[in-house]
Design a binder for this molecule. Structure first.
Ligand code: AMP
Length: 113
């Protein structure tokens, strides 16, 4: 079984967050250390997938739902445009091994993330 991560604790409710979107399979909440005017994380509730490569291979529909929620958030919190970042692996900057999309929006500059 995968090691429990901070996002597993968010899904279980052990760590409270402001839920901006919640569906049966996905939740979205603000990043605790924002790198852009809008910086929201979208994660699946399942703890099965450590990164986007695993998720895409096993459940592309769930990956598509993360993208759909990202679009919804960009409409609600910015002008509808957004940058979507998945870090895969420690040397690429991944620190939490529960797949998550960074949704960045609102006055992005080329230097953002
Ligand atoms: P990554 O470096 O791609 O693994 O991204 C992990 C992200 O999770 C970072 O941007 C952190 O700021 C964010 N993060 C870590 N703990 C929390 C938390 N309790 N609530 C919200 N965001 C968090």
């Amino acid at each position: 079984m995968a090691e429990e991560t901070v996002f597993g604790k968010i899904v279980s409710g052990e760590i409270p967050v402001e839920k901006l979107v919640e569906t049966d399979r996905v939740i979205a909440f603000p990043d605790i250390a924002p790198q852009a005017p809008v910086h929201i994380l979208v994660i699946p509730k399942t703890t099965e997938y450590a990164d986007v490569t695993e998720l895409a291979a096993a459940d592309p529909e769930l990956l598509a739902e993360l993208v759909s929620v990202a679009q919804q958030l960009a409409h609600e919190h910015a002008d509808g445009n957004y940058r979507l970042v998945f870090n895969k692996g420690a040397s690429a900057g991944q620190t939490v091994f529960h797949v998550h999309a960074h949704v960045l929006a609102g006055g992005l500059t080329e230097s953002s993330l």
